[in-house]
Design a protein around this ligand. Structure first.
Ligand code: HEM
Ligand SMILES: [Cu+2]
Length: 757
């Protein structure tokens, strides 16, 4: 089958369907009041309106308009790259290359990768950033609105240059119906690039296809667009913040856009330089990447020095969306704001230090590789911090089961699998086994699909009422979200498995024993494709048919005190434009109980210093009471001989003190009156339990397991049972003592404050 024609038709059908849905939905939404025909005058009026609309969109410098342009552009590119993906998977339904030729297959995975990574993800995130970031930080617009427009308008020509091959091929095929081949030679020489998205030398230098040059120019142009956009984001966050927005309370999404832009600012100029060198090698016979020059490995170094940070450029905004959206749907504020910020900054720095983990199977010096292995493993730490913070945010949450929540939960799951498989790849001997296999494809797709589009779609649902003033079809959205997660898991877990047993990737032809697995993966991919279309349909049709939003707080965020700035902006606008009353929450949600006013250490950067003294004295008092109560239980345990006092000596050893029970007991006292109470203060908000004493008991139960292990001295049978029983009871006594003391101090403080007022 002819690939260009098939892909061209697929895109045309898609565009036509969108147009039909658009037209019908509009038509249905605006019935003619007189029931008659549209008259000629009205048609002319419509055309005039259309002209002014087009003019407006072409010349706008408003951040929200440009945001929507970016999102529309990225969506189109994403669908285009998605068609490539569907065609790739279709070819793999059968072992031989019988649906498309191997060359076509190679072109497909090349253009799929490039389109998705460069023209889909980044523009969509820049779009979301453009739309919501100024609202989130209370800015009027981006810092440089015109530069912003330029940044966007560089992208369509960049995409056209990069994917000219397909358009020319389709054009050539159509023309060859009417004209002899000799007269349309130009159309027959250009074809889509088929050298892999990494453009490895020497193939990329030697292949004659002129489309490669156009692609390099297109990529270069997109790099300029990205750099320009990144500068705009940085300046906006640094200089355009509202007076009440400080670094300590800047929202997580803006933090992520800032850090992402920082990475882009360092990475993209380097890509540009490398692309120019490649262009020179191809056209002016320089030898940057020839053996007598820098060699093929030089290309890999340059490419991955951009390429690895690039994957974080794609991934960080998605984590920012997760940290923004997830708390709203579990009714709890984001756990560990500061940890999330620092982990983001940490990822940004580390992401520049791991590029050679893509080169473990090359001739790079093994000692150099080993250091890259260490840093690659270390980079899992900040990623894991994020995951733990999200999970903790959900803990004891009051979940609102909506499409955005489903996508958040699904993302965390796929990200864990994708991340853990990535850590394996970071280990040189394992990477050497898996490098050229589907395992790698499974790994990075679990991340690039499992979190990026998931969070984009979650964001599109979450902010849909804010952007359009209407509701999307929530039932369809839930169905679509489940379908997307299901499809992704089926597809990419299967790839992980067939890669694990050794099937090489990037091959159109494969051994027949893999056919069933490949078909399962393909069906999964079709499910993903279907869910993407359902999403598109929902977005388009709801724009005209969706129920009008009747409240200024569509997600009931006020009930959990999370009515963030962008919604305040929305509220203001709705009140001004549509005379809506500002929403008042009917009740606070279970997960948010302001009457249990947090004493937490994590209350905010500024308040830490103020609270330290008060917290420390409260901690000491509570810890003392708790430890005294606990001592009773432990003393009894020693008397009935189930706890050996000698074991107290042993805990002194790890801290470098002699194994004397006295030192041990002293340490124990320090832990009981200082460490544990402070930890409890820091984490109590995030532990289950509605009342302080419940929370205290949970905390004590948790730490009792550590105690039981640390002081275990080989007890067996009944003695062991007695030991465990006493440990537990003693800890409960401790937890209750701690919590009751805190409760007492808290109510005394509150009484005093009320008396002062
Ligand atoms: C836990 C963190 C991660 C680790 C330790 C990790 C590690 C690795 C390693 C070692 C490879 C090279 C495999 C090979 O070529 O043999 C790889 C490939 C890849 N990773 Fe990750 N990764 C992580 C997260 C991510 C993220 C967040 C993304 C994207 C958003 C990503 C995207 C990719 C891509 C696109 C490739 C394939 C490159 C190619 O075509 O060869 N990874 N990863
Ligand atoms: Cu990497």
């Amino acid at each position: 089958m002819n690939r260009a024609i098939v892909e061209g038709s697929a895109l045309a059908v898609l565009a036509l369907t969108v147009a039909v849905v658009w037209f019908r939905a509009r038509h249905a939404a605006r019935p003619e009041s007189d029931g008659g025909y549209t008259t000629r005058e009205e048609i002319e009026f419509e055309i005039g309106r259309l002209q002014s609309e087009v003019y407006r969109w072409l010349t706008t410098t408003n951040h929200r308009d440009i945001g929507l342009l970016y999102i529309a552009f990225g969506t189109i590119a994403g669908l285009w790259g998605g068609v490539d993906a569907m065609m790739l998977r279709t070819e793999l339904l059968t072992p031989p290359a019988d649906i498309w030729t191997p060359e076509t297959y190679n072109a497909l995975f090349t253009t799929h990768g490039l389109t998705m990574l460069i023209f889909f993800v980044l523009p969509v995130f820049f779009g979301v950033g453009n739309y919501v970031l100024p609202l989130l930080i209370g800015a009027d617009d981006m810092a440089f609105p015109r530069v912003n427009a330029i940044g966007f308008w560089l992208l369509p020509p960049a995409l056209l240059l990069a994917r000219m091959g397909l358009l020319v091929q389709v054009g050539g095929q159509v023309l060859s119906l009417f004209l002899p081949d000799e007269s349309i030679q130009f159309f027959l020489t250009i074809r889509e690039v088929s050298i892999g998205w990494t453009l490895y030398a020497p193939l990329s230098v030697q292949q004659p296809n002129p489309q490669i040059d156009l692609l390099l120019l297109g990529l270069h142009l997109s790099g300029i667009a990205t750099t320009v956009g990144a500068i705009n984001f940085i300046v906006t966050v640094v200089y355009e913040r509202g007076d009440d927005v400080t670094w300590a309370n800047l929202d997580i999404f803006s933090w992520n856009m800032l850090v992402t832009s920082g990475i882009a600012l360092f990475a993209f100029p380097l890509l540009g330089s490398a692309l120019v060198m490649l262009l020179l090698d191809r056209n002016l016979a320089t030898t940057f990447f020839a053996t007598e020059g820098g060699g093929a490995i030089l290309w890999q170094h340059l490419f991955w020095f951009w390429g690895h940070p690039e994957v974080y450029i794609l991934f960080l905004p998605a984590t920012g969306l997760m940290s923004t959206i997830l708390p709203k749907f579990v009714g709890r504020k984001l756990f560990g704001y500061q940890f999330i910020v620092y982990s983001t900054l940490g990822l940004a720095v580390l992401s520049f230090g791991v590029w050679a983990h893509h080169m473990f199977t090359t001739s790079v010096d093994p000692r150099v590789k080993a250091s890259f292995m260490a840093i690659s493993i270390a980079i899992a730490v900040p990623s894991a911090i994020k995951v733990f913070n999200w999970i903790t945010t959900m803990w004891d949450g009051d979940i609102q089961l909506s499409a955005p929540f489903i996508l958040c939960a699904g993302s965390i799951g796929t990200f864990i699998v994708g991340g853990v498989t990535g850590v394996f790849l970071a280990v040189i001997p394992i990477d050497i086994l898996y490098h050229g296999t589907y395992y790698v494809v499974g790994h990075f797709h679990l991340i690039v699909v499992g979190i990026i589009p998931f969070m984009m779609i979650a964001a599109s649902y979450y902010w849909y009422p804010l952007i359009t003033g209407r509701w999307y079809d929530t039932r369809l959205a839930k169905f679509q979200s489940v379908l997307l997660i299901f499809g992704s898991v089926v597809t990419f877990m299967t790839l992980l498995i067939i890669g694990g047993v050794g099937l090489p990737r990037r091959q159109a032809i494969y051994p027949p024993e893999y056919q069933l697995a490949q078909q399962i993966a393909t069906v999964g991919a079709y499910v993903i494709g279907l869910s993407a279309l359902l999403w598109l349909y929902n977005m388009l049709v709801s724009y005209w048919r969706g129920a009008v939003v009747q409240t200024t707080d569509p997600w009931k965020l006020k009930a959990t005190n999370q009515f963030t700035k962008e919604w305040q902006w929305f509220e203001e606008r709705m009140v001004e434009k549509y005379d809506l009353e500002p929403a008042t929450p009917d009740s606070t949600r279970r997960s948010y109980a302001p009457e249990l006013e947090p004493m937490g250490l994590l209350g905010g950067v500024g308040s830490v210093a103020e609270n330290v003294y008060r917290n420390a004295s409260a901690a000491a008092a509570g810890g003392f009471v708790g430890t005294v109560l606990m001592a009773g239980g432990l003393g009894t345990a020693i008397v009935v001989d189930v706890l050996d006092p000698v074991s107290f000596g042993e805990i002194a050893e790890p801290v470098g003190l002699p194994a004397d029970p006295l030192f041990g007991a002293a340490l124990f006292l320090v832990g009981g009156t200082v460490t544990w109470p402070l930890l409890f203060l820091a984490f109590q908000e995030y532990l289950p339990g509605r009342y302080l004493f419940e929370t205290g008991t949970v905390f004590a139960t948790l730490i009792s397991t550590g105690f039981a292990i640390a002081f275990y001295t080989g007890q067996q049978g009944l003695v062991l049972l007695g030991y465990l029983g006493f440990v537990l009871v003693a800890h409960w006594a401790y937890g209750l003592g701690l919590a009751v003391t805190f409760q007492f101090l808290q109510s005394r403080r509150r009484k005093r404050r009320r008396a002062e007022e």
